[in-house]
Design a protein around this ligand. Sequence first.
Ligand SMILES: NC(=O)c1ccc[n+]([C@@H]2O[C@H](COP(=O)([O-])OP(=O)(O)OC[C@H]3O[C@@H](n4cnc5c(N)ncnc54)[C@H](O)[C@@H]3O)[C@@H](O)[C@H]2O)c1
Length: 358
Amino acid sequence: MTARVALIGANGHGRWHRRSIGDLLVGLADVQPITPPPDVPAFTDHRALLAETRPDVVVICTPPHTHLPIALDALDAGCDLLLEKPPVTSLAAHHTLADAAARAGRACQVGFQALGSRAWTRFRAALDPSLTALTAVASWKRDDAYYARAPWAGRRTVAGRPVVDGVLVNPLAHAVMQALASGTAAGAGRPRLLEVERYRVRPIEVEDTAFARITFETGLTLLVAVTLAGEDFIAGEIEARGPFGRALLEYPTDRLALPGDPAPVEVPGRTDLLTNLLDHRTTGAPLLVPLESTIDFTTVLEALTLPDTPAPQLIDVPDRTIPGINALLRLSADTLSLPSELGVPWAAKPDRRRLPAG
Ligand SMILES: NC(=O)c1ccc[n+]([C@@H]2O[C@H](COP(=O)([O-])OP(=O)(O)OC[C@H]3O[C@@H](n4cnc5c(N)ncnc54)[C@H](O)[C@@H]3O)[C@@H](O)[C@H]2O)c1
């Protein structure tokens, strides 16, 4: 049976979903004016879309602070979900959504698409409890237009609701998710301690540069060093170290180097998350990114939104590029150290907090 798929949040990244849904698309909803494909109805209220088009599957690609109510309405309407990342913005919301999906007997896949790659499957297979460290490094550049593109860009809250558009949990969320999933794959248990320094180079409410050290239950350390104010581009590298040597996954490009390999090589092939969800509906194939697999991500996200979490510190640089940042990202990852421990003059005091069991 062919599934009927609807999309809520049709512009922005939703345009990519429109193409991926293709002929299965039965309707679109967006609060802003949109141009739907011929013969596809468009709605300004997602509840009208759900009532009138009766989709089997709904792709939700709206701003993060709107995900939960829309997802609950779609579950009420009997739909399976492909929900964009970050799925929700608090642990309470995670549990509300997970409970609602279980009650409705529906599936919720989360849009961390790099977890559908063959490169990730191979990388994950190389991880085991002998791992001594994990790192995630990325250096991107975002201009002012990026922060002007949407009312929620660069915001910590919108209309009193957390939206949390910081580098760790939105623009470079895939790096954090992939690294946390690596800890899970290595049998390290849940993340238990977060030590984080957050910085910004522009007038935004969240960080565009961050160094986070996360300690898992087994004591395994993950160091995430990421920026949107970078020098040379580093796409996003997850490195696992252990007695076996080093394994490296460049997750945006699916380039992989397993221990002993001379250099990373592209491992082509990704299972698209919507295709996997449709397969799950018909064959019971396991979801690649079920909501429950994102609990560690949401635990870290929530720790960045608490009332006593310090605001990111401004680094005043003229051209929104932090001099020497790429070398610092590398040094931080190599030594598993935060800038304040490396004698960096602009470093802030780290925020240290135990992470809840979930
Ligand atoms: N998986 C990825 O690689 C990836 C990439 C980019 C964005 N995203 C995620 O996709 C989501 C959307 O991001 P974006 O950059 O496209 O945002 P955006 O603001 O550019 O677009 C969101 C769209 O949703 C619409 N919208 C807002 N509230 C709505 C509501 N209540 N009902 C219906 N439509 C509504 C807006 O009008 C807009 O067209 C976010 O969760 C983001 O993190 C994921």
